[in-house]
Design a binder for this molecule. Structure first.
Ligand code: FES
Length: 198
């Protein structure tokens, strides 16, 4: 009787030990799988696509993502900000984006696939500083007629909220729009053209 109790206990222990070992085995097997699924650091640096989760980016907010070692600005533009863009054309160097700084499917004053979402490499086309977003439509120290956009603190270049460069500043071109597509409603794939484009 006493032996029976001991045996039961030992059986329970062995069962538990097997389950733990099994669990470790599953975890150990899962890690290499995940590693092989994710692009390696070298692949990312060489230009592997990056998925940007935009579900938490609030209206008017900018979030930066890294792609090819570059900052990619993703901005959720407001209807008011979008409505102003066409009125800025006379003040801009290349309002129609004729210089090759974006994929062919990026057109119009919003320079985007979905107007509210700006996806842009946040590098000034003068000497490569990272411009700051000044989104408010109000006079700023660097422009009394400011309608919201990007200001480069290095040498005072100004861009609108589509990255179109103003006339009379050191930067010669609009900021670059990378290839991208909407993987779904809340995810942007940076580095890959939409299906059928590009
Ligand atoms: S690097 Fe931006 S203005 Fe010179």
């Amino acid at each position: 009787m006493a032996n029976e109790v001991v045996d039961h206990g030992r059986r329970r222990f062995l069962t538990a030990a097997t389950a733990v070992v099994g669990g470790v085995g599953i975890v150990a097997a899962a890690v290499p799988f995940l590693k092989s699924w994710e692009p390696s650091a070298r692949a990312k640096a060489a230009g592997a696509p990056v998925i940007a989760d935009i579900s938490k980016i609030e209206l008017g907010q900018k979030v930066d993502f890294a792609w090819r070692g570059l900052p990619v600005f993703v901005v959720n533009r407001t209807p008011e900000q979008l409505a102003i863009l066409p009125s800025l054309d006379p003040r801009l160097s290349d309002p129609n984006s004729t210089v090759d700084q974006q994929p062919d499917y990026i057109k119009g004053p919003d320079r985007s696939i979905k107007p509210e979402w700006l996806v842009m490499i946040g590098i000034c086309t003068h000497l490569g500083c990272v411009p700051e977003m000044w989104p408010a439509i109000k006079p700023e120290p660097f422009d009394p007629d400011w309608k919201g956009g990007f200001f480069c603190p290095c040498h005072k270049s100004r861009y609108d909220l589509s990255g179109r460069v103003f006339k009379g500043v050191p930067a010669p071109k609009n900021m670059v729009i990378p290839p991208y597509n909407f993987a779904d409603e809340t995810h942007i794939q940076i580095g890959v053209d939409p299906k059928g484009a590009g």
